[in-house]
Ligand binder design. Structure first.
Ligand SMILES: [Zn+2]
Length: 362
């Protein structure tokens, strides 16, 4: 285990490019963390060819399945032959969703496993241990997930509990991110940021931002939080956002963003085009005899192999997993290339123009 190092290279207003290094792995930021179960859908080589360098995988689900023998799974880098950055998701939102009110304890969250019906106790120390045994490159603190629009007192209790639990990851503070919670309330978010700063953690995890927040509110909260964060520390937004919100987050100076967009679209038979700004619904009838590739200019494996829209249409409408894989490779490649173009735009101080042009092509 090595210390997380993060260097900021260029700024364009709030947006920035940087280099994240940990455990001998490097990621240029801003970057996407693929959170659509890519490790279980593509081979290591296929994943590598998309250019994606960071993935997130479920910690809670594995723990529910393997419990005290989870450590026998070993490091997921080895299990999946993945040499990029790995995040292990604690899925506290899911645990709290399953818990009854009395399941919310000061030392964790108690709930019934929906698969087995067994009572389980997901605790901050267990969650850290699961991240360690599964080989997470960056650790995340445990948080009490509270609904974004919950009453002030509930949000306040969530902030206090989350802040108290920061002490559990302090032993790993050189490669741990602290959760910032507090719904849409400025004072609570500020208190949460101060606690993470005081704990001396290596960066921030901007938690409790639901993926169904409307655009104006998303923009407001993200632009309210980011200026209060220490400039030199890593900022991770673990929310699967819409394409437009992803761009808003990058403009606001977020470094790493979860994205299941590529996988979600591929599962629906949709190919991302125009740098991800628009989409081709390949399941539609008019693609039946379309001999063109998805995008002539695309350098992904699917387009380079010459696979036509007609072939993809046929695979998708036959519910072939191979069709989904081909689309997933194209979609991941497209979004990864978009991140690289965004980094270039930040370097050239053209971020706003670049994003405006992109959105006009929708
Ligand atoms: Zn392609």
């Amino acid at each position: 285990m090595s210390k997380l190092e993060f260097t900021i290279n260029q700024n364009d207003r709030q947006a920035r490019t940087g280099l994240l290094q940990v455990n001998g792995r490097q990621v240029e930021t801003p970057a996407l963390v693929a959170s659509g179960d890519e490790l279980e859908k593509l081979s290591p080589l296929q994943l590598k060819q998309t250019g994606i360098r960071a993935v997130k995988t479920s910690g809670l689900k594995r723990w529910l399945k393997y419990d005290s023998v989870t450590e026998k799974l070993g490091d997921l880098h080895q299990l999946f032959q993945w040499d990029g950055l790995l995040f292990v998701d604690l899925e506290t939102e899911e645990a709290y969703r399953l818990a009854k009110p009395r399941g919310k304890k000061h030392d964790g969250v108690r709930f019934h496993d929906p698969t087995t019906g067994q009572l389980k106790f997901w605790q901050p120390a267990t969650a850290l241990q699961i991240q360690e045994v599964l080989g997470a490159d960056i650790f995340q603190s445990f948080d009490q997930a509270t609904d974004y629009y919950a009453p002030v007192d509930d949000l306040k209790a969530g902030v206090k509990q989350t802040n108290d639990w920061l002490s559990v990851v302090v032993s790993q503070k050189e490669q741990a991110l602290g959760s910032i919670v507090g719904g849409g309330l400025r004072d609570l978010r500020t208190a949460s940021i101060e606690a993470v700063d005081e704990a001396g953690l290596s960066g921030y995890r901007l938690s409790g931002i639901p993926n169904n927040l409307d655009d104006p509110e998303f923009s407001r909260i993200i632009n309210e939080i980011t200026p209060k964060l220490a400039e030199q520390k890593l900022r991770y937004l673990p929310a699967a956002l819409s394409f437009d919100q992803m761009l808003v987050a990058i403009l606001a100076g977020v470094d790493l963003i979860d994205s299941n967009l590529a996988a979600k679209k591929a599962a629906n038979g949709t190919a991302l085009v125009n740098q991800g700004a628009s989409a081709l619904h390949l399941d539609r009838e008019h693609f039946r005899f379309d001999s063109q590739v998805i995008d002539r200019q695309c350098a992904c494996i699917t387009c380079q192999a010459g696979y036509s829209r007609a072939l993809l249409h046929s695979l998708i409408t036959n519910h072939s997993f191979y069709g989904e894989q081909l689309l997933l490779q194209h979609n991941l490649f497209t979004l990864n290339k978009l991140m690289s173009s965004l980094r270039q735009a930040i370097k050239n101080h053209q971020t706003k123009n670049f994003i405006q042009e992109l959105l006009q092509n929708q």
